[in-house]
Design a binder for this molecule. Structure first.
Ligand SMILES: Nc1nc2c(ncn2[C@@H]2O[C@H](COP(=O)(O)OP(=O)(O)O)[C@@H](O)[C@H]2O)c(=O)[nH]1
Ligand SMILES: [Mg+2]
Length: 306
């Protein structure tokens, strides 16, 4: 076993690296706190406990004919992601074999139904992490931004969504899409007393424990809206982090602006009709956090309010 290095660089003579399950480490911690144990070893055990209790992170990626794009996306996944779940929507290209050849350790799920919403539902069911992150497979979202989302989950927020319009940007959204997004966003903000800055954007992260309170009943692109509104209705603490949406790298969007815009509108109105149904309930609250990431460290410069 290798010695543990203290922050000041010194190495306590009697300490050793320990590993094991959190339960094992807790038992060891308790034993070392016994009066007969050497007090110098206690901080080492505590730091080992902290390291082991980091929540595990699953990244869920819906794919539909993204063979040209998945290598780029999978090549950018940061080390904080423990599990990658690809949910394929019956791709007719080589999406699955390409993804598998890039990363042998990924989980691949083939969705039973159709649509992005259906895919995400299947992906969340298959994922095993404590934290679930969703991202697109077309290269429009940068996986390197994932640590910013996790930062807010670790600092008091329950549901973290990317926003292209609070310090981020979009080089992908069409003029029509932007106008539709603004109109639908305003409607959500009025109906649900929120202060969100973006709506139809599928880069989100949340704790698995909130899955039962999130609306995963939608099948198509309205899934993002349904997730956000159900998070609002459940009283989850929501943070928005700036996100830069890049152009899809190859291929064409599966989105149909009018058809999918109408589905988003119907989702908003349906959720509003059901707003008085019981939920986990800390009351409606949403906090739009403008936290610019420090480009050198990747950590938001502004700490989230608790
Ligand atoms: N599994 C699955 N993925 C889908 C489906 N439709 C779209 N996607 C994926 O969802 C993500 C967003 O889709 P995209 O066509 O880029 O829509 P846009 O970003 O709104 O223009 C991409 O990763 C797509 O491959 C579907 O029916 N099934
Ligand atoms: Mg896209």
């Amino acid at each position: 076993m290798a010695p543990i290095h203290e922050p000041n660089g010194s190495t306590p003579a009697t300490t050793q690296v320990v590993s094991g399950s959190p339960a094992d480490l807790r038992a060891l911690d308790a034993a070392l706190r016994h009066p007969d144990a050497g007090a110098a070893e206690v901080p080492v055990i505590i730091s080992a406990l902290t390291a082991h209790e980091q929540p595990s992170v699953s990244l869920v990626i819906p794919t539909k004919n993204e063979a040209s794009n998945v290598p780029w996306v999978l090549g950018q996944i940061p080390a904080c992601v423990d599990e990658i779940v690809i949910v394929d929507g019956h791709s007719s290209d080589a999406t699955i074999v390409t993804a598998r050849s890039c990363r042998a350790d990924i989980t691949i799920v083939t969705q039973q139904g159709v649509g992005k919403g259906d895919a995400l539902r299947a992906g969340f069911a298959a994922a095993t992490g404590d934290v679930l992150v969703m991202i697109d497979a077309d290269g429009s979202m940068a996986p390197q931004e994932i640590p910013h989302f996790l930062y807010f989950l670790e600092n008091g927020y329950d549901f973290v969504k990317g926003s292209r319009f609070t310090g981020g940007g979009s080089r992908d959204i069409t003029r029509l899409g932007r106008m539709g997004n603004i109109a639908l966003l305003r409607l959500v903000n009025v109906l649900f007393e929120a202060q969100l800055t973006d709506l139809c954007y599928g880069f989100c992260a949340f704790h698995r424990r909130y899955l039962p309170f999130l609306n995963l009943a939608t099948t198509g692109f309205e899934v993002e809206t349904a997730l956000v509104i159900s998070a609002l209705r459940a009283g989850l603490r929501i943070a928005e982090v700036p996100s830069m949406e890049m152009p899809r790298r190859y291929g064409r969007s599966n989105l149909h602006t009018f058809r999918d815009g109408r589905r988003v509108l119907e989702t908003i109105l349906r959720e509003h009709r059901h707003r008085n149904l019981p939920s986990v309930g800390r009351g409606l609250q949403s906090v739009a956090v403008v936290a610019r990431a420090d480009s050198s460290t990747g950590v938001p410069a502004q700490r989230a309010p608790q």
